[in-house]
Structure formats: structure tokens, C-alpha cells
Design a protein around this ligand. Structure first.
Ligand SMILES: *Cc1c(COP(=O)(O)O)cnc(C)c1O
Length: 378
């Protein structure tokens, strides 16, 4: 492999500790490693996080949960594993076999799990995300009754905010009000779940949300839990509004994406670079070829024309601008001003000096999509 990812176990550990400190020691931190740990490798990150003190991990699906369970077992470790993004009847055997905790929100879920009484589940309530979750009110009451009848244990109750990075969002306020109502409903049903949770990274970063959840949890006699993903990996969305982010300044990116320079060559004035010749050398230049492209997840929006600069990589500690179109497996960068560059040198494609936020700005997306978009083969 001529392009690869290096993970800093130290930074991943430090980020988890920062999150735990900001959340408060009474709060359980569920480390979200879904989507292959946001491109970082779920089976690599899980043991590091558990050694650093994580007791709960969040995965996408039963299949990912099973792989994480095996990776933990191989390291002699254990943790609770929450399946966050749904399951189907075909997953139930794996859920049971690997002691995974499914998120449930429908009568079908309860029916599918009914063959395994005493299975612990987390119940998701939809307070405004409009994606998954049972609706508060009669539907929630009915589901709570069915859970009890099937002998399933509601170990956690939770909801998910749709705009937690927006300070003073009326939508978040509404979701909080609805979730308070949910807690009253759960109490009235005589249930005492172990965990109550609502916050993702941004909700924790934003000081408003966290205190609210702790109050609500104590009313129910439950432990507050936060579900942090992005912040574990050292990134954060900008918090919109007047408040100061609590987490963002303390986080360090965990992932460095590197590539070895394949070759170096000269261009004469007038030579063009790459598909459709969108870049023309205006003077004599030296350029380096890197074995990384959009097949690896390097976004094509980082391509550059003469008029519009694109992305860059770090070579010998300085910026080397991308020239022309990014190809499937190859990218050309300008090393005219870094004359010592030669084949075999290490370039940083993403890491210190060129962050996932930089990639995201150029690709008009969010750091989440950039990180998740790094191909697993890298
Ligand atoms: C992905 C996800 C999270 C983690 O979100 P971050 O913004 O990465 O911290 C938390 N809760 C749910 C329900 C999610 O789907």
C-alpha cells in the first residue's frame, strides 16, 4: 500500500478523557465507532477506547457489532455494544450470540426479539429527528407494554437532537420539552432504565444541553449517558451562536493519512496536468506524483485549475498544492518550492497541516463525510 492511515492511540485516549471530563465523571460516555469508526477502523479503535476506560461502544449494525466483539475478545477486553442504526430478523441470532444491545423503536423489533427474553435493549424516542424512534404518547405507552410482555429489559431510553450545534435552537428546545414528557411517561409506566441519553458531540460541546440531561436523568434515577463520535476522533462542528465551545479547543485529530511520493518530474511552461488539462504550467515547475486518488476517498473537489486553487498536501512540513484533476488512484502536487522532494518521501494527505475540516470546506461538506469517505482499503 502506497497510501495508508496512521492512528494515534495517545490522541484517541486523550480525546476520550477530555470528553469524560467535560461530560462529568457521573456521566457514562458511549464511544460511537459506527461506520467503521468514522473511517478510522472500528476493530482498531475499539480496544484502544476500552483500554482508555470506555464501557459502551456504539456500532452501526449487528455485523459491525460482531466484528468489534471478536476484536475485543482477541484483546481480552469486554464492553457493552449498542447497535445504533437498526436491525432485521436475520440479525437477531448475532445479537444474541455476541451479546449486542439493539436499539428498538417499533413493535416489529419487539416481536423479532421476543424469542430471547431478558435481552437488554435501548429504546429510541423520536422527539423531532424524524428518522427513527417511537412517537411519544400512546405509541410509546403501547411499546413499553409490549416490551414488558415480551420480557425484554429497557436498559436505556434516549432521543437524538437534529440541531444540537445551533445555540438556542427552538427545535432543540422543543425536543427537550418532548423528552421531559417522555421521562414522565416512562416514570408513570413504572420503568427505571439504567441509562438516559440524548447528547451527541455537539450537544456536549454546547454547554446548554448537558446540564439539562443530568437533571432529567436524576429525576428518573437513571445514569446520564452521552453518545460521542466525531469528537473522539478530534473534530467538532462549529457551534453556531454566542456560546464558547467546551470540547473543540481540547481535541486533537487522531488520524493521519499519508502517501509516498511515487516520482518527481519537471514541467515546461505550457505543459498541462491531468484529465481535461484543467491546469497549465505558466512557468517551469517541479511536480510530484502521489499514489492516492478518489478511489481512496480523496475528494475530487480538491482538484485545482489555474484560476481556482484546490487542496494541498504537506511535504517536508510545507504545503504542496494539488494541480489539475485528482484521478482515480493518482494526484499531482506542486513541489517547485520544495526542491529536496524525491520518490519515497512521505506526504500528509490529511492530518496536521491539512485537516478533515479543510477537505470538507473544499468539498462543500462536513468533516464526518470526509473521514467516513476514506476507503477501508486505506
Ligand atoms: C452518529 C450518532 C451519534 C454520534 O454523533 P457525533 O455527532 O459524531 O457525536 C450519536 N447519536 C446517534 C443516534 C447517532 O446516530
Amino acid at each position: 500500500m502506497n497510501n495508508w492511515i496512521e492512528l494515534s492511540a495517545e490522541r484517541l485516549t486523550a480525546n476520550l478523557r477530555v470528553i469524560q471530563t467535560v461530560a462529568g465523571l457521573d456521566t457514562t460516555v458511549l464511544a460511537v465507532i459506527k461506520a467503521n469508526a468514522y473511517g478510522h477502523g472500528a476493530e482498531d479503535c475499539a480496544p484502544i477506547l476500552v483500554r482508555a476506560g470506555a464501557t459502551w461502544l456504539g456500532v452501526t449494525c449487528a455485523n459491525e457489532g460482531a466484528r468489534v466483539r471478536l476484536a475485543l475478545a482477541a484483546a481480552g477486553l469486554t464492553a457493552e455494544i449498542l447497535i445504533m442504526s437498526g436491525f432485521l430478523p436475520a440479525d437477531v441470532a448475532a445479537i444474541h450470540q455476541h451479546s449486542l444491545t439493539p436499539v428498538v423503536w417499533s413493535q416489529e423489533h419487539v416481536a423479532w426479539l421476543a424469542g430471547y427474553p431478558a435481552t437488554r435493549v435501548h429504546l429510541e424516542v423520536d422527539t423531532g429527528m424524524g428518522r427513527q424512534g417511537v412517537t411519544p404518547g400512546p405509541e410509546l405507552d403501547a411499546l413499553l407494554a409490549e416490551l414488558a410482555a415480551a420480557g425484554l429489559v429497557a436498559d436505556g431510553i434516549f432521543t437524538h437532537f437534529c440541531s444540537s450545534e445551533v445555540t438556542g435552537s427552538p427545535l432543540t428546545h422543543l425536543q427537550q420539552q418532548r423528552f421531559s414528557g417522555v421521562v414522565a411517561q416512562v416514570q408513570a409506566a413504572g420503568l427505571c432504565p439504567t441509562y438516559l441519553h440524548a447528547a451527541n458531540s455537539s450537544a456536549l460541546d454546547n454547554p446548554e444541553a448537558a446540564a439539562w440531561l443530568a437533571r432529567l436523568a436524576s429525576r428518573l434515577g437513571a445514569h446520564p449517558m452521552v453518545r460521542t463520535g466525531l469528537s473522539l476522533y478530534g473534530y467538532a462542528l462549529p457551534i453556531e451562536g454566542a456560546v464558547t465551545a467546551r470540547l473543540r479547543p481540547l481535541l486533537q485529530p487522531v488520524l493521519t493519512w499519508k502517501a509516498h511520493v511515487l516520482s518527481v518530474r519537471s514541467l515546461a511552461a505550457g505543459d498541462t496536468v491531468g484529465y481535461n488539462a484543467i491546469f497549465t504550467a505558466e512557468r517551469e515547475m517541479r511536480v510530484a506524483l502521489l499514489p492516492v486518488g478518489y478511489a481512496d476517498g480523496l475528494r475530487r473537489e480538491l482538484s485545482a485549475t489555474n484560476a481556482k486553487p484546490g487542496g494541498w498536501v504537506m511535504l517536508h512540513g510545507v504545503r504542496a498544492a494539488i494541480l489539475g484533476r485528482i484521478s482515480m488512484n493518482l494526484t499531482v502536487v506542486d513541489v517547485t518550492d520544495i526542491p529536496s522532494v524525491q520518490a519515497g518521501d512521505e506526504a500528509i494527505v490529511l492530518g496536521d497541516g491539512i485537516t478533515a475540516d479543510d477537505h470538507a470546506a473544499l468539498a462543500r461538506t462536513i468533516s464526518y463525510e470526509i473521514l467516513c469517505g476514506i476507503h477501508p482499503c486505506v
